[in-house]
Design a protein. Structure first.
Length: 153
């Protein structure tokens, strides 16, 4: 069994900012995700956070955590997916640092992201509907706006 704390500290303090060149905001978001996960796992297992092992963060524990943040903390699917991305990134880091965790990392990587409504269409509808489709220039402007939106501009 491998202690979670040293690997998690190396991931958050060294790997993300130095190796991955993650922004300070990304590092903070990942740290908060793991604060929530470690707190949840410690409460669920009835142990102190410093006594958690990497093996404790198995797929059932992670799935229970993801369900917890959606149902009890009222997070959206987008927030859930962000937490899962942080967990996956950590296990990708562990693949190289702790080869004994390869099987566990593969199972964690297999956890699917949750699909959700992008919602961008609702926010952009007034803009896309602004040109008058009854005129030639309005049709042209509308087509250009749709193309720009679809291209992500």
């Amino acid at each position: 069994m491998t202690a979670l704390a040293p690997s998690l500290a190396a991931f958050l303090r060294e790997h993300l900012p130095r190796d991955r060149r993650a922004s300070p905001h990304t590092c903070e978001a990942y740290a908060y995700s793991f604060q929530l996960l470690v707190t949840f796992a410690a409460q669920r297992l009835g142990t102190k956070p410093c006594q958690l092992e990497v093996d404790h963060l198995d797929v059932p524990m992670i799935l229970a955590f993801l369900e917890h943040i959606e149902l009890e903390r009222a997070n959206t699917a987008r927030s859930r997916n962000a937490r899962l991305a942080a967990i996956r990134s950590f296990f990708r880091f562990l693949e190289y640092r702790l080869p004994a965790c390869l099987d566990q990392a593969l199972r964690v990587h297999a956890i699917p992201m949750k699909k959700f409504d992008q919602g961008a269409g609702r926010r952009s509808d007034p803009l896309l509907n602004a040109p008058d489709p009854r005129t030639l220039s309005g049709t042209r402007d509308r087509a250009m706006l749709h193309l720009a939106f679809a291209a992500g501009l």
